[in-house]
Design a protein around this ligand. Structure first.
Ligand code: ZN
Length: 200
């Protein structure tokens, strides 16, 4: 029962984050904001981190879980490099952003999506006594504020400072790199905290 409730909380928050990232990807195709690109890559990356956990539950294989975990870390790392490359490119070749209201909306969508995922995880985590879920919930809550960076980018660019977009994109990229580093440590130690979801 406890394991099933844990998987349910993980699945719901995964679905919410995926929808959030797709909505942001659509808006990115209209605005081409690098701050938004970094944020949506981050949100996709976080959604991806749930995959090794799900696979581990499904196959009950520690080895498979580890390989999946390494694949996820690699995927997040490569996406962080893509965001970094795009941001640097934008510093060299600045461009004027349009559709600023749409860009602001993308920031709000990121905030709301992450906050919803945070509440699902925190509530289930406290009910099930799972430190892993609570930690994931706190992570998502912080990410909601990271998404507000996109809103800030739209506001500052509206005031005429186009440079704000790549600057904020760079900051968000650094956040992704930090999370990649943490995920790498988690995977390398071979403990994706499955036992904490599964209980006794
Ligand atoms: Zn995150």
């Amino acid at each position: 029962m406890r394991s099933r409730a844990g998987i349910k909380a993980v699945s719901i928050s995964l679905a919410v984050l995926t929808v959030t990232a797709f909505a942001q990807a659509f808006i990115y195709s209209r605005t081409l904001s690098v701050a938004l690109l970094a944020d949506l890559i981050h949100n996709f990356g976080d959604a991806l981190t749930a995959i090794p956990l799900g696979l581990a539950f499904f196959f009950r294989s520690a080895r498979g879980e580890r390989w999946a975990g390494l694949g996820v870390v690699l995927a997040i790392f490569i996406s962080a490099l893509v965001a970094l490359g795009q941001t640097i490119e934008r510093f060299i070749h600045p461009r004027s952003l349009t559709h600023l209201w749409l860009l602001a909306l993308a920031g709000v969508i990121g905030f709301v999506g992450n906050e919803l995922a945070a509440q699902v995880r925190l509530r289930a985590g406290k009910r099930l006594g799972s430190p892993a879920l609570v930690a994931d919930g706190k992570h998502a809550r912080v990410d909601g504020f990271v998404s507000l960076g996109v809103l800030a980018s739209a506001a500052i660019v509206a005031l005429g400072l186009q440079i704000a977009d790549p600057v904020i994109g760079l900051v968000i990229t650094l956040v992704i790199l930090h999370i990649t580093w943490e995920s790498w440590h988690t995977v390398r130690s071979g403990n994706i905290q499955v036992d904490q979801y599964q209980g006794d």
